[in-house]
Design a protein around this ligand. Structure first.
Ligand SMILES: Cc1cc2nc3c(=O)[nH]c(=O)nc-3n(C[C@H](O)[C@H](O)[C@H](O)COP(=O)(O)OP(=O)(O)OC[C@H]3O[C@@H](n4cnc5c(N)ncnc54)[C@H](O)[C@@H]3O)c2cc1C
Length: 431
């Protein structure tokens, strides 16, 4: 392929396709390269797709995209061995247009989204690996693929090649991950009939539910588990930071087995058949881990730029929003005919003015805090469960006495000062 493109986008996940789609829609000549057999074939996601960022790209996409269920309920469980303290929100308005978010299966969704890009004029080639970025005088000028005669040239190369961006590493933008900057997550898609899902999760057709589970789901280590309802399957997964996994000598597949057989979880998935088993990394380093995102002739978007808000499990929306901002930057750069780092640095400014970096900045100390003070997941979750058990057990003890006993148990287990310090530190980390 000897022709030159305006843009080469590496990767056909949400970041790459958002960028490719927007560039092509604005008349740019775009080549998108995906190593998988088709977009979505190599992608892993718990499954919540956020409406807002997708709608900004394709208005009313829910009328034609392959979605599973609109999410009308979000539950959170602080789980112990045989109990869980739960809270959440269920809102029927989320089941109506314009919706809040949806569960999706990435294989059909990514294929559909990439096809929309192709309809705008993107040239998408699958089953092709980009091996390296080509540079001339310090400027990225194209890519070398694993195809014969695989050198292709463009004014800008967008690296949307996911969490472990080897291309960003090759350019020196990424270093090797520290084990506390990345989470290893395993998940399973379990087929279950629509009726069983509706009964077990208290839903009607076309209503979805998400459950995020902390505490015993990760054996008290920093991380979460999730259960999301699809039309006739359930996604269940669990992950912890790599550092927690190493420290506690956990094996990810053992954790998933533990979760699936946990007495709080087992009844929800009983009788289901495993359809898929997946494992993937999530960049969870947040604000401090965001690398250089713009250089001479190159931009980084989505997971490749480490743009994930782990606290709110937002990744796909940040990928889409960053891909779109990258596209807008390239369109403006083409008008100026300037693809230098100074010109493309507009992307960095846009990112830092958007919800993406603002949200990452808000939680910039959260990962560090919860990693270094393990009591939040290890001690407070069981304490909370014991307190709830005491409070809700009717045994003739006056409620005021129960309250006093609970407060005493909290402070005697960890000491008043330490409890106050822990609360203040947690509040500071997420305020
Ligand atoms: C278990 C799990 C659960 C998650 N749950 C959620 C959730 O519920 N909601 C949410 O919003 N986010 C979630 N996330 C995060 C979300 O999946 C990611 O943030 C999002 O997929 C990032 O999109 P991306 O386009 O940047 O990268 P990816 O989706 O990873 O896409 C990168 C693409 O690049 C391709 N590629 C890589 N290298 C090359 C190469 N050299 N040449 C050609 N192609 C290449 C890959 O094949 C891939 O298709 C979850 C992640 C995991 C692992």
């Amino acid at each position: 392929m000897s022709e030159k493109f305006d843009v080469i986008v590496v990767g056909a996940g949400p970041a790459g396709t958002s960028c490719a789609y927007t560039c092509a829609k604005n008349g740019l000549k775009v080549l998108q390269i995906e190593r998988g057999e088709y977009p979505g074939s190599k992608n892993v996601m718990g499954g919540v797709l956020y409406r807002k960022q997708m709608e900004d790209i394709i208005p009313e996409f829910w009328k034609e995209a392959p979605l599973e269920r609109p999410v009308i309920e979000q539950r959170f469980w602080m789980m112990d061995k045989e109990s869980a303290v739960s809270f959440g929100y269920k809102g029927l308005e989320w089941g109506k247009e314009p919706y809040n978010n949806f569960t999706v299966l990435r294989a059909p969704f990514d294929q559909w989204f990439a096809k929309k890009g192709v309809e705008q004029g993107v040239l998408l080639i699958n089953e092709t690996v980009v091996l390296e970025c080509l540079t001339e005088n310090g400027k990225v000028v194209g890519v070398r693929t694993d195809r014969p005669d695989g050198e292709i040239y463009a004014d800008v190369v967008v690296l949307a090649d996911g969490v472990n961006s080897l291309l960003a590493k090759q350019l020196g933008y990424h270093k090797e991950f520290r084990p506390d900057e990345v989470a290893l997550t395993v998940m399973e898609v379990i087929n279950l009939s629509k009726d069983k899902i509706n009964d077990r999760f208290n839903l009607e057709d076309n209503q979805g539910c998400t459950i995020e589970i902390f505490g015993d789901s990760t054996k008290g280590n920093l991380g979460t588990a999730f259960i999301y309802t699809n039309k006739d399957s359930v996604n269940i997964g669990v992950g912890t930071t790599l550092s927690s996994m190493i420290k506690a000598k956990l094996k990810p597949y053992d954790l998933l087995d533990y979760l699936k057989t946990h007495p709080m979880v087992r009844p929800l998935i009983e009788g289901g058949e495993s359809a898929e088993y997946l494992a993937h990394l999530i960049p969870e380093g947040g604000y401090h881990s965001v690398p250089k995102v713009a250089g001479n002739g190159v931009l980084l978007a989505g997971d490749a730029a480490q743009l994930v808000n782990a606290i709110h499990r937002e990744g796909s929306n940040m990928a889409m929003a960053s891909g779109t901002l990258a596209a807008e930057t390239i369109i403006a750069a083409k008008e100026r005919g300037d693809y230098s780092e100074t010109s493309l640095n507009q992307y960095r400014e846009k990112l830092y003015q958007s919800f993406i970096i603002k949200d990452l900045e808000k939680y910039k100390d959260a990962a560090h805090t919860f990693e270094h003070y393990p009591q939040y997941f290890k001690e407070y979750v069981p304490m909370l469960n014991r307190a709830a058990n005491k409070f809700f057990t009717v045994d003739g003890t006056p409620k005021k006495d129960k309250q006093k006993e609970i407060m005493k148990s909290f402070t005697s287990e960890r000491g008043t000062i330490r409890v106050l310090q822990d609360m203040y530190r947690a509040w500071k980390a997420v305020k």
